[in-house]
Design a protein around this ligand. Structure first.
Ligand SMILES: Nc1ncnc2c1ncn2[C@@H]1O[C@H](COP(=O)(O)OP(=O)(O)OP(=O)(O)O)[C@@H](O)[C@H]1O
Length: 281
């Protein structure tokens, strides 16, 4: 052993690592390439919006980070270690699927599942800590009132708030959100957006936020990853969400305008509804 190595501090492998790192990443299903050559670092505290039309591979990207889907080529790391299933550093709000009315699991039990893999010791102390965290997460999404009811009897928006609580309960360092605002009313969209932003700004989580509608989170977004047909762009919203860049990505004329602080995108099937919304306003 050299004198240098004896005096150097031993750094944890995660201390300088980005929260998420992809290098030369490609994902293909058979001959279909969803994306390739993807190099991406997401820093702790960063809020990355992931956009693109249906089928462009947004959910598949989250599945890669969750260790549920293998890359075809390249590497993926979470806080300096290879992505793996069941990592308790990751909170995940999955794309919403309506639950059958026969699902009898209670909301509070669903939220508690977000703590699986976390150990605060066995016995009373560990159980109390678990209960305290679940109760705080339920309060944060205003779900305490119905947390003891079977999930199948709750409305879509109520179920969604419980999924958000489940993702946040473990204070994750990476938060993966797949269209988390769907089926929430405007007031709860704002509250949930704020909770997710707090996880980034206050707890230093890296947030990857898949969405078809950037406007509700536009003030929170640091960078955008925009996927179209195997092509992609990464950068601050103004660098990506402009007519030239989106026209190049979609290979057709796309108009992007700022209207009263909102982005209005026209010329893609994916975005034409934004124009209708702006016309209604
Ligand atoms: N295991 C799989 N085997 C083969 N094809 C798959 C598999 N998983 C996903 N796909 C295909 O990959 C494409 C990308 O799917 P993905 O769900 O990632 O898209 P997305 O961008 O999230 O779309 P959306 O906006 O509709 O949610 C889709 O065409 C899908 O059918």
């Amino acid at each position: 052993m050299t004198a240098k190595s004896e005096t150097e501090p031993v750094l944890a492998p995660t201390s300088t690592a980005p929260a998420v790192r992809l290098r030369g990443a490609e994902l293909s299903y058979g001959s279909r390439v969803l994306w390739s050559g993807l190099d991406l670092d997401v820093a702790p505290g960063e809020f990355l919006a992931v956009l693109g039309p249906n089928g462009s591979g947004k959910t598949s990207l989250l599945r890669v980070l969750l260790g549920l889907q293998q890359l075809s080529t390249g590497s993926v790391e979470i806080a300096g270690a290879p992505a793996r299933r069941g990592s308790n550093r990751i909170g995940y709000i999955p794309q919403q699927r309506a639950l059958d009315a026969t699902v009898m699991v209670r909301g509070s039990d669903l939220v508690g599942l977000g703590l699986d893999g976390h150990h605060w010791g066995t016995g009373l102390r560990g159980r109390r800590e678990r209960q305290r965290r679940v109760a705080a997460a339920l309060r944060a999404v205003e779900a305490t009132e119905y947390a003891r009811m079977p999930l199948g009897l709750l409305s879509g928006g109520e179920q969604q708030r419980l999924r958000v609580a489940q993702a946040l309960v473990s204070d994750p360092s990476v938060l993966l959100c797949d269209e988390p605002l769907l089926s929430l009313d405007i007031a709860h969209q704002r509250k949930v957006s704020r909770l997710i932003a707090n996880q980034a700004r206050q707890s230093g989580a890296a947030v990857l936020f898949v969405t078809h509608e950037i406007n509700p989170v536009l003030p929170l977004v640091d960078r955008v990853l925009y996927l179209v047909d195997g092509r992609f762009r990464i950068g601050p919203p103004d660098e990506v969400m402009n007519s030239a860049t989106l026209s190049e990505l979609y290979r057709t004329d796309v108009e992007v305008a700022r209207v009263g602080g909102r982005l209005v995108v026209a010329g893609t099937d994916d975005h034409d509804h934004h124009v209708q919304e702006a016309e209604k306003a």
